[in-house]
Design a protein around this ligand. Structure first.
Ligand SMILES: Nc1ncnc2c1ncn2[C@@H]1O[C@H](COP(=O)(O)OP(=O)(O)OP(=O)(O)O)[C@@H](O)[C@H]1O
Ligand SMILES: [Mg+2]
Length: 158
């Protein structure tokens, strides 16, 4: 599935729909260069679970946990990860085993250690907006993308 988000609001709206379609659990990889809207998409996900505050890329802390009414979210940004094994020391194993919705920016940095994703999203720049290419990595991911595709038309309205 491919979606195009013409502006930041559309990017946030897609993040919201993704969270709902995944029923607030699963692992999502966010691939794409600097500035392609990974954190903005994560903000939409977090809004969907009821987080109203700021969302920053946890570039230095590598992970930001959120304990929200609708569930737990782990937001990873592995841009500055030196070695995938560092994820072990961060307590990554417990986080990934948790019943949570886990978002991972720069998953390539954790290759070899990270568990497989339910959904892989590859973001890129187009004109003023962003293109988001979605791929499923599990049955749970297939179901979520199917549900998003069924309602994708709503994104044209945001
Ligand atoms: N669909 C969109 N259309 C236009 N601008 C967007 C869109 N999505 C995000 N942006 C803008 O792009 C900029 C970068 O977004 P963001 O911080 O989410 O990128 P990122 O992929 O997380 O970058 P990094 O790799 O540095 O963490 C922000 O100013 C944001 O408002
Ligand atoms: Mg970011």
């Amino acid at each position: 599935m491919i979606l195009e988000a013409g502006d930041e609001a559309a990017q946030v709206a897609i993040g919201r729909r993704l969270a709902e379609a995944l029923e607030y659990r699963g692992i999502v990889y966010l691939n794409g260069d600097l500035g392609t809207g990974k954190t903005t998409l994560a903000r939409g996900v977090l809004r969907s679970l009821g987080h109203d505050g700021a969302v920053k890329s946890p570039t230095y802390t590598l992970v930001e946990p959120y304990d929200l009414a609708a569930g737990r979210v782990y937001h990873f940004d592995l841009y500055r990860l030196g070695d995938p094994e560092e994820l072990e020391f961060l307590g990554g194993r417990d986080m990934f085993a948790d019943e949570a919705l886990t978002l991972v920016e720069w998953p390539v940095r954790g290759e070899g250690w990270l568990p497989a994703a339910d959904v892989v999203i590859t973001l890129s720049l187009i004109d003023q907006g962003r293109r988001l290419v979605f791929e499923a990595g599990s049955d749970h991911g297939v179901q979520a993308l199917q549900q998003m595709a069924d309602t994708a038309w709503t994104f044209h309205d945001v």
